[in-house]
Design a protein around this ligand. Structure first.
Ligand code: ADE
Length: 299
């Protein structure tokens, strides 16, 4: 998994960006350890480009600095994919560590779902008009997951808050590490050691053993993401807290209930992402094909 990957400084140096090329704008998101700020990046021979810059609050803390460097290496190892937020480069000389990322104009999928929930309160027709947009986004996230799996990378925090929507409406997987806590204030997290864990998105094997994250645990989280979409951004398992409590419920066959705004077929797909035994759980490719075969599963 990514947590065991080492930091390759030579690889990082090849992607160095001079921090003087950045002009900062508004704050995009804030978390416990860092924030993301909108900025423009001046390019020597091209037009300026809008970017998102992830910075640490306290850059003197070695562990968070290491985490950000590791995140950068993971993104570099991952390579380019249309459904994964691109890494433009990194500033590490003469100041705090800064990750320069592709900017996603429409913000997070979670915010989009919250907006849609508010709009649809008075006009349910909005939902059926937007159905295909969300189906497409879910297929795109699956493609991103397939790319990660084929590069033997595990994201560990697939959730609506970590899916960003770019200008053309393309969904992209973001937050390979630290800024997992960037835009949603820690309502779903529980402190365990020094780590903040997205318990309600975690597969049972990850809840039981923190080190056990695989491509199949990402698929479990993807199932919870499907549920978040159908529930217009509601929080899973309201009122249920603690890793042990969630694990026990899952062990006893309890699952998130069927949302009102999806088909039984779509719910069956979620349940197949939530197979207790990861060996019988679907892989991202199969999930993507199922979504493509059934483009009317939401709302
Ligand atoms: N918030 C966090 N990361 C972002 C990004 N890359 N683009 C826009 N908003 C963000």
């Amino acid at each position: 998994g990514p947590s065991s990957s080492s930091i390759d400084m030579d690889m990082l140096k090849e992607r160095e960006i001079d921090r003087n090329r950045l002009q900062f704008g508004q704050l995009l998101g804030e978390g416990a350890f860092g924030h993301v700020v909108k900025a423009t990046l001046q390019q020597p021979d091209e037009d300026d480009v809008v970017v998102a810059v992830k910075k640490l609050k306290d850059d003197t803390e070695t562990t968070t600095r290491t985490a950000l460097l590791r995140e950068t290496c993971i993104m570099l190892l991952c390579g380019h994919h249309d459904n994964i937020i691109g890494l433009k480069g990194i500033c590490f000389r003469d100041g705090p560590l800064q990750l320069v990322l592709e900017y996603a104009e429409h913000g997070s999928l979670l915010q989009l779902l919250w907006t849609l929930r508010a709009e649809s309160k008075h006009n349910m027709a909005i939902l059926s008009n937007k159905r295909h947009i969300f189906e497409t986004m879910m297929v795109e996230v699956c493609s991103g997951l397939e790319h990660l799996a084929s590069n033997r990378l595990v994201h560990r925090d697939i959730a609506a808050r970590n899916i960003l929507i770019c200008g053309k409406g393309t969904a992209k997987i973001a937050d390979f590490g630290l800024a997992r806590d960037t835009y949603a204030v820690g309502y779903h997290r529980q402190e365990r050691g020094n780590d903040l864990l997205p318990l309600k998105w975690m597969a049972p094997e990850s809840l039981k053993n923190e080190a056990k994250f695989t491509d199949k645990s990402d698929v479990w989280s993807f199932g919870v993401l499907l549920w978040e979409v159908a529930q217009l951004g509601r929080t899973p398992y309201p009122g249920m807290n603690g890793a042990d409590r969630i694990y026990d419920a899952l062990y006893n066959h309890f699952r998130l209930p069927m949302p009102r705004l999806c088909t039984e077929e779509r719910y069956r797909l979620m349940l197949q992402c939530w197979k207790f035994n990861e060996k019988t759980r679907l892989d991202a490719t199969t999930v993507r094909k199922r979504l493509e075969e059934d483009p009317n599963g939401f709302f």
